[in-house]
Ligand binder design. Structure first.
Ligand code: TRP
Length: 364
């Protein structure tokens, strides 16, 4: 089967290490695997507006930031189509038809929507657009007949909702849409990378993020101030590894070769963890090790960003070309959807012929 990737991010800020291990790094690997016929990466500005409708400037300023982050991690516009959601009006059109296939009760039951409603104090008055964004997300995915959607765990309910819409559409109308599979991050540390303060999630508003665009000194300071084990006061104290942010980050970033390069007295992460738990291993040492690894990972990303920053016009051109390519694909799917729903009147010769015949007798 032809494999197609579609995924994306809301442009509400610069992307950080949580985005990187949760999805970006994987996307680049998938792109470079050559196994996919098409790869579409979308800046989900229309979705960002469902809870930022009163702050369009924030969304508008962050399109270029996310585009620069995409390019700097190694998404290659000659292989992957990078585009902006709002510029593909076919997605809005598909959403409108899919809304018929979803009940309001089902949308209220979506766990991610539920959590977000609480977080944003929308309980009293939920904007309809916000409640319905999972349907719009189904349009994003199906418009490109995506088979594979690499996302974080929090997006599972969106994928489930998409699959339901696909099944319903195909059974009511005609086999047209493709049921996508989700591709989750490789391990639990990557699934939900905590903030540098140890809080459950990296989030811009909590100020606990390491951004891909941070300079080396900012990164170093954030790592040296990272939350570790509050009970590990002296180097000789036995330490805890679970819930220790430095070790969670090591789980997400450390590879066997890093020991040879930066910490040759240990052979593996397990060995390092054992020593920490036994006592006698200080936080500064593990933080320095983590810093070396993260700096190595971020250096080429930062370099690439600097190159692209020199020609912002070219980055806008990349997005514009991506939009044109994405639109052509979405248009084709929308045509098929309309044909399946029998709302393609002017292309339907048979329909016109029947009506001609119906009224032919009376006229002569
Ligand atoms: N909901 C995703 C997020 O918040 C962004 C998104 C919009 C998306 N449409 C998508 C992700 C389609 C995957 C597929 O990050």
């Amino acid at each position: 089967m032809r494999k197609i990737i579609l995924t994306g991010d809301r442009p509400t800020g610069r992307l950080h290490l949580g985005h990187y291990v949760g999805s970006l790094r994987r996307r680049v690997a998938l792109q470079n695997s050559g196994e996919y016929e098409k790869i579409l990466i979308m800046i989900a500005d229309a979705q960002a507006l469902t809870d930022n409708f009163d702050n369009p400037e924030k969304v508008r300023q962050n399109i270029i930031e996310v585009a620069l982050d995409y390019l700097s991690v190694g998404l290659d516009p000659s292989i992957s189509i990078l585009f902006v959601q709002s510029q593909i009006s076919e997605l809005t059109e598909l959403t409108y038809y899919y809304l018929n296939l979803v009940s309001v009760a089902r949308l209220y039951r979506n766990p991610t929507v539920k959590a977000e409603i609480q977080m944003r104090n929308f309980e009293a008055s939920i904007p309809t657009g916000f409640l319905c964004y999972p349907v719009s997300q189904a349009a994003d995915i199906t418009a490109f007949k995506a088979t594979t959607v690499p996302v974080g765990e929090d997006q599972l309910p969106m994928l489930e909702q998409t699959r339901e819409i696909v099944r319903k559409f195909n059974s009511i109308y005609q086999e047209t849409l493709v049921e996508p599979d989700v591709l989750l991050p490789e391990n639990s540390a990557c699934m939900r990378l905590p903030g540098t303060d140890g809080k459950a999630k990296m989030s811009k508003s909590l100020g606990n993020c390491i951004f891909l665009a941070d300079d080396p000194e900012e990164v170093r300071q954030k790592i040296m101030n990272m939350y570790t084990d509050p009970l590990h006061l002296k180097v000789s104290d036995p330490g805890h590894v679970e819930g220790n942010t430095v070790f969670t980050y090591l789980d997400a970033f450390c590879q066997p070769r890093h020991f040879g390069e930066y910490l040759p007295e240990y052979a593996s992460l397990d060995e390092l963890k054992e020593h920490y738990q036994r006592g006698g291993l200080g936080d500064v040492k593990i933080k320095k090790f983590l810093n070396s690894i993260i700096q190595e990972e971020l250096a080429p990303i930062r370099e690439r960003r600097k190159e692209y920053e020199k020609d912002i016009g070219a980055v806008y051109d990349i997005l514009k070309a991506g939009c044109n390519a994405a639109r052509a694909i979405a248009q084709q799917t929308l045509n098929e959807v309309k044909a399946a729903m029998k709302i393609n009147y002017f292309d339907d010769e048979a329909l016109i012929q029947t009506h001609k015949e119906k009224y032919a007798n009376g006229t002569i």
